[in-house]
Design a protein around this ligand. Structure first.
Ligand SMILES: Nc1ncnc2c1ncn2[C@@H]1O[C@H](COP(=O)(O)OP(=O)(O)O)[C@@H](O)[C@H]1O
Ligand SMILES: [Mg+2]
Length: 378
């Protein structure tokens, strides 16, 4: 457990980076510190790590004031993964992973065994990777080495400072999953810094939101989503996510934009061609100002096909149910359930077609809200 008690940090130039910080990070949790650039996240990490000293206040690790710990004790108990990976380019992967154990004067065979064990833990075959240099690894692989290097001396605390921010979205998702899985096995106290709310909500047991050197709110992701402390937190979470969390999504959040539409002036052969081209069995029919008139199915078109003079305007059928942009999603779902509708059109106040809520778009929206728990590669 880590405790920060009344921490202030004033840099030499007089900049007050942290003001009266009180925080507790429990064992076994992934604690995420999040906030805009310059709010004091890295400063907090460096203080825990004793790379810099607080101007005022105490930091305790498992009840012991860190100012009383020797640098060897600190290195043993804390692993640090930094923003830029920071692997030593002229050292092999094995040498990189073994840096802290070597400093702690572990015997060579113990370091070798530990290195192989850790490489296997993140799915990198030791025989293949042990003797490679960092430049011979992909960005995601380098970041994995950064993580296992921090784990090497079996610290009880792991500090990670924006480790995945330079990675492409897919490697990033994968490493997040791996970290969650890894934590299930190792159960360390993890403090993880990010400025990405999606990342925080995905991995955190406990979120600390910071602004201008102060803690604005601390709590579980669920609690922060449901009870944001103020407007800053709300804006940081984002309006859309808040509405989703509170089940307040509107059809506008969910609808498919640009549904296939046809002008009521078109003939039936044209309509057939269009359905074929767009691979749909229904067309939404609009007038010249894009106001929604109704729909026409492939059966309607086939039924009147011999009547050459007929336009879509002559056979269009009105919708029984139409929703507005600000209709709550729950209401639209209710309608679709009650009347067994495959979809509902969305119009604005002037009856102009805006989109379509389909069963697929609702499933997609719910998927966004509750990402699947993917298994990592561990
Ligand atoms: N060595 C330093 N000297 C003076 N100011 C610093 C120093 N390091 C960081 N700062 C300032 O302290 C504030 C917090 O920095 P930092 O903790 O790195 O923010 P974050 O990691 O949240 O982006 C920033 O305004 C930064 O410019
Ligand atoms: Mg930083």
């Amino acid at each position: 457990m880590i405790e920060l008690q009344g921490i202030y940090k004033v840099y030499d130039d007089g900049h007050e980076a942290l003001k009266d910080i009180h925080l507790t990070f429990e064992d076994g949790d992934i604690n995420v510190i999040i906030g805009p650039s310059g709010c004091g996240k890295t400063t907090t990490m460096k203080l825990i790590n004793r790379l810099i000293q607080p101007s005022k206040g105490n930091i305790l690790i498992d009840g012991k004031d860190t100012s009383t710990l020797s640098s060897v004790e600190l290195r043993r108990s804390i692993g640090y993964v930094i923003q830029s990976v920071g692997l030593f380019p002229h050292m092999t992967i094995a040498q990189n992973v073994g840096v802290v154990p070597k400093l702690l004067k572990w015997e060579k065979h113990r370091i070798d065994e530990r290195t192989d064990e850790l490489l296997q833990l993140v799915g990198l075959e030791p025989d293949t990777y042990r003797h490679r240099f960092p430049s011979e690894l992909s960005g995601g692989q380098q970041q994995r080495i950064g993580v296992i290097r921090a784990l090497a001396a079996e610290p009880s605390i792991i500090l990670v400072d924006e480790p995945f921010s330079a990675l492409d979205p897919i490697s990033r998702e994968q490493l997040q999953d791996e970290l969650i899985n890894l934590q299930k096995t190792i159960k360390k106290t993890i403090v993880f810094v990010t400025h990405d709310m999606d990342e925080a909500l995905k991995i955190a047991d406990n979120i600390v939101l910071m602004k201008d050197g102060e803690v604005v709110q601390q709590g579980s992701p669920e609690n922060i989503l449901r009870h944001p402390a103020n407007e800053f937190v709300e804006s940081f979470i984002g309006e859309k996510r808040l509405r989703q969390a509170n089940n307040m999504s509107t059809v506008q959040d969910v609808m498919r934009k640009n549904p296939v539409r046809a002008s009521d002036k078109r003939g039936l052969a044209e309509a057939m061609k269009m359905m074929e081209r767009k691979q749909v069995d229904t067309l939404l029919i609009v007038d010249k100002s894009d106001e929604l008139e109704g729909y026409v199915t492939i059966y309607d078109v086939l039924g009147h096909f011999r009547e050459e003079k007929k336009k879509l305007a002559d056979i269009v059928k009105p919708f029984e149910h139409i929703v507005k942009l600000d209709t709550p999603l729950t209401e639209a779902i209710q309608l679709m359930n009650d009347y067994n509708l495959p979809y509902i059109p969305v119009t604005n106040d002037k009856e102009v077609l805006q989109g379509l809520v389909t069963r697929g778009s609702i499933v997609g929206h719910i998927g966004e809200l509750y990402p699947p728990e993917e298994q990592g590669v561990l």
